[in-house]
Ligand binder design. Sequence first.
Ligand code: ADE
Length: 306
Amino acid sequence: SGSGLPLMVQRTLAKQVTLYDCIGKGRYGEVWRGSWYADSVAVKIFFSRDEASWRRETEIYSTVLLRHDNILAYIGSDMTSRGSCTQLWLITHFHPLGSLHEYLSRTTLTRHQMMVIVLSTVNGLLHLHTQIHGTQGKPAIAHRDIKTKNILVKINGECCIADLGLALTQAHISAQQHHCTRQGTKRYMSPEMLDQSMNPLCLESYLRCDVYALALVVWEVCRRVSPASPPALPYHPLVPQDPSFDDMRKIVAVEQVRPDPPHSDHPTMLGMANLMRECWHQNPSVRLPALRIKKTLLKLAAHDNS
Ligand code: ADE
């Protein structure tokens, strides 16, 4: 069949799904709300020029058992021919609160809500980054496009990580399958990506880029803790709306600027500010690994008594 999908799955899933309304549009394509039997689902419809992302996300979800509360749950993929064009669908659980980016733009947070958001996101990233041995195991996976638009907010206040279209394992690197046309989001690119000093053949390099991007996400979340600052993307006054690689390189790699951490003198927020600094450090080898970030957050949460 060429798509690498079992033929039956590929030909039947789309026919069982009813689409209701478009809930997102971007460079990737569109996301629709729909239903699949009793389940509310989200259907991501890829532009055919981004077939590589659909293929990678489908491959990761079907070869690795990625069932985790903090990773968007996969239902299936579908490839259908409509006349001359190919439709590429990715069907997942639907989360009515939408992306963390949208959520932060309309809501302020308590420190407790902030902690639930950050801890659950880190839990999802830790699961991706961790190699698990055995028959139910998984390789270490780098996400490569961590940002608030790729994190969804669940009804219970926890988050889950979405969009595995750029995800990478050591096996992909060894098979030279890491040179896709799509790149991560420039605004969230680490200094070593921007000055091209990282080792592209080592998975660890990409895990450290995820941690840098996570630090920017933590900064966006902490801004919204009451008394909140207005919602903002990282480096918002310093670079234009759709920054170029060179705009970002000048600020992040050459000038080594980072966002202003929260001004609060509350011990939890001071702890969050220190965590950000350790995670967006210029030197990738001193950034905290996901497990260390989780342990630091658990300590901060345990000492916050209000
Ligand atoms: N936006 C993108 N993916 C989504 C999903 N799975 N649920 C809700 N909103 C989304």
